[in-house]
Design a protein around this ligand. Sequence first.
Ligand SMILES: *Cc1c(COP(=O)(O)O)cnc(C)c1O
Length: 367
Amino acid sequence: MLLINDLGRHSATFASDIHVAMRRVVDSGWYVLGPEVRAFEQELAAYCRMPYCVGVGNGTDALELGLRALGVGPGDIVATVANAGMYSSAAIASIGAIPRYVDVDESLTMSPAALEKVLGGRVRAVIVTHLYGRMASMPAILHLCRAAGVPLVEDCAQAIGAEFDGTPAGAWGDVGCFSFYPTKNLGAIGDGGAMLARDERVAERMRALRQYGWTRKYEATIPAGRNSRLDELQSAVLRAKLPYLAGWNVRRRAIADRYHGAIRNDAVQLPPPSDPAYVAHLYVVRTAERDALRSHLSAARIASEVHYPVPDYRQSALAGRAPSEELPATEAACREVLSLPCFPEMSDKEVDTVAEAVNRWEPPCTP
Ligand SMILES: *Cc1c(COP(=O)(O)O)cnc(C)c1O
């Protein structure tokens, strides 16, 4: 079976670097919030060209603590999209804040026009998700947030290394959030996350929030603090991998471009051609007969996946959070999207095999 993302093949390419990094941590005797975390925070901040970076336990905590650091609390309204796998919704819910779902545009990221309509109404913060590794329309979204005086959080979990007009993902808004879940473009060998901040006071609140609300040892001054720290071990692994990220992203884009040139099927809609604002975390096609295409690929021993099948507001965990107006682009996306295999170690021949299988597919006739 050709996997969507073959981590076994990925790990084999840098295993010796990781073993060196892990041995360094094991031998150091310092395992939590030590020199590796501090160095990784500096390296990621420099990579994304933001002044502050704070490591945390995972990407969802990054979103939650990022919102809290901006002062978002219970009952506050946070605008977000509903086609991005529940992560922002989970972070909003854990604060006791209220999601205000905004429709997406043809890029499948937040529609600036739809955002503009909700911004008047007591929105306390906006989370924009750079879905599938493709950055949202940041100039327009940033402009709207600034004009309304609403802080902007970027969910960069799928888009590390992407740049829009030369400015990296995570460096547009007030806070940038990252996940290092193993399948992300920069993956740890376990859970990990990080927040970028533009403002020093926000960064200080983030540091307190990830560790019991402490501003100094045993001095808890920030409410709602808890324990969400990035390990030394994961930080060392991420430091070993970060220098390879740009090359991996180039390869991911080349795979997307090869699909773009090779897939020819009137029933299958391709994503836009790649550019620096897309790091090809996922290669996502659309078709009205998504499930039939998925079975066809599976019969050809090609894995595919649906990111994501259910709009957040239709999840039973969020019953009662449905938007008052329809979100037609979100609904259509959840019905039609299908992710094809895409990872840096994939060969051109494998890409061609997938493309040929898609080209051979005929959608079932609908009466
Ligand atoms: C993976 C992901 C997250 C959550 O990260 P975790 O580390 O799994 O908590 C958040 N947002 C997006 C878009 C993601 O893809």
